[in-house]
Design a protein around this ligand. Structure first.
Ligand code: ADP
Ligand code: ASP
Ligand code: MG
Length: 423
């Protein structure tokens, strides 16, 4: 007997029929002698619908008071899901109880709309498990020290599930979704993408942080920090497939490098359309200028990603960086009104129609020329690279958004990712 955590995403919970199927699958695990905790997301489209309603009433909800309400609104999607799933299990004769994040409690900080989990109390959950119940806990939400409901950022149910698994020292956290694992790239963009049987924790962390939305990045961080065995698999297989077959399916995140395996140089390709580029033109090139420009941006709680400063001509330089598209308008406004004149820059231009495409792979550590091959592939397609950033196991480029699919397909082919490998 083991303690197992299942997470079901929005599509997997998308209708009462789907919820019944989730209940059948969970019931099978119970019959096989496991203690089960289940963390579902809101039904598909529900979080968007709720946030859409909020937007009708307040298009730019940026004050703390407004963001508190956004969380109170968005958290209701998961509240409905847990109740429905508990009912579906009870209807199948399986004892089950549902809890909101605040009831467990899942304690978070007070950063509304992107709160971080600080602590999870396992007492109540353990008592229920010991009395033979399936415990169903809302994904995505928690409670801050003042008792306000918080949410963990879009896709946050993944993080709830892995954090719950870590707190309970579960044997495994199974993330059920609408694809049967982690692929070399998003299979919706490249149909030839290949499922990986395993992916190293470091590669998964990069893929998630660079835009592969199959797992929220914080869930991968939790999995790494607490060494939670985590697997991504499909909720669309027949719910009664043999448990051994199911437990070995999908993609397992691994923590040890397996030397036996032929390590692919590039494991996968990630892309991200959520950023926008801002260029400050004709900045005086003197010490402290990066801080003068980006200090106020950081103070406004805007995260900056790729940064480029060009060589200067006649003592002046151009300074470009990317921010999340949601922060684009207010960052432009902030720079125009408060910073531009103060630093003596000539102009500012912005471009929201960009995307970032990244190749990721541990093998890049020991192979030269991978980035060059990436640039060559893009140039052969006539795609102009606007910005480049690299680390040991990834290379990212910023390009015009309209070339995104072309770039991802070309790179997928160039690095031979559609061919079967031992990974
Ligand atoms: P859920 O609602 O189950 O959390 P998500 O939509 O958040 O599901 O994540 C699953 C989706 O992630 C897939 O449908 C797929 O389009 C997308 N995705 C992006 N990159 C990848 C990848 N490398 N491998 C698998 N899926 C990916
Ligand atoms: N329902 C939330 C969202 O749509 C959380 C999740 O699905 O993981 O972002
Ligand atoms: Mg998700």
């Amino acid at each position: 007997m083991a303690l197992i955590v299942h997470k079901y995403g929005g599509t997997s919970m998308g209708s009462t029929e789907r919820i019944r199927s989730v209940a059948q699958r969970v019931a099978k695990w119970v019959r096989n002698g496991h203690q089960m905790v289940v963390v579902p997301s809101a039904m598909s489209g529900e979080t968007n619908r709720l946030l859409g309603l909020a937007k009708e009433l307040m298009p730019e909800a940026t004050t703390r008071e407004a963001m508190r309400e956004l969380d109170a609104i968005a958290a209701t999607g998961e509240q409905v899901s847990v109740g429905l799933l508990a009912l579906a299990l009870q209807a199948q004769g399986v004892p089950a109880v549902s809890y909101g994040g605040w009831q467990v409690p899942i304690e978070t900080d007070s950063a509304f709309t992107k709160a971080r989990i600080a602590r999870i109390d396992d007492k109540r959950v353990r008592a229920d498990l010991d009395s033979g119940r399936v415990v169903i806990i809302t994904g995505f939400q928690g409670i801050d020290p003042e008792g306000h409901v918080t949410t963990l950022g879009r896709g946050g149910s993944d993080t709830s599930a892995v954090a719950v698994a870590a707190a309970l020292k579960a044997a495994e956290c199974l993330i059920y979704t609408d694809v049967d694992g982690v692929y070399t790239t998003d299979p919706r963009i490249v149909p030839e993408a290949r499922r990986l049987k395993t992916i190293s924790f470091e590669e998964m962390l990069e893929m998630a942080s660079l835009g592969s939305k199959v797992l929220q990045i914080r869930s991968v961080e939790f999995a790494g920090k607490y060494r939670v065995p985590t697997r991504v698999l499909s909720s669309f297989t027949p719910p009664d497939i043999p448990i051994d077959e199911e437990a070995a399916s999908g993609t397992l995140i691994t923590f040890e490098e397996d030397e036996k395996m032929e390590q692919a140089v590039v494991a996968g390709i990630a892309f991200n359309r959520d950023e926008a580029k801002i260029s400050v033109i004709g900045v005086p090139d003197r010490p402290g200028i990066a801080y003068a420009l980006l200090g106020p941006v950081a103070e406004a709680n805007v995260d900056v990603d790729v940064i480029i400063q060009n060589v200067s001509h006649d003592g002046r330089t151009d300074f470009s960086f990317t921010v999340h598209r949601n922060d684009y308008a207010r960052t432009m406004e902030l720079l125009k009104t408060k910073v531009l004149a103060a630093v003596g820059a000539a102009d500012i231009v912005g471009d929201a129609k960009i995307c970032k495409v990244s190749i990721v792979g541990i093998g890049m550590k020991s192979h030269a020329g991978i980035a060059a091959k990436m640039f060559q592939t893009l140039s052969a397609e006539g795609i102009n690279i606007q910005m480049i950033t690299t680390s040991e196991i990834k290379t990212s480029v910023v390009i015009d958004e309209k070339y995104m699919e072309l770039a991802v397909r070309a790179l997928h082919k160039a690095f031979g990712l559609e061919e079967a490998k031992a990974a």
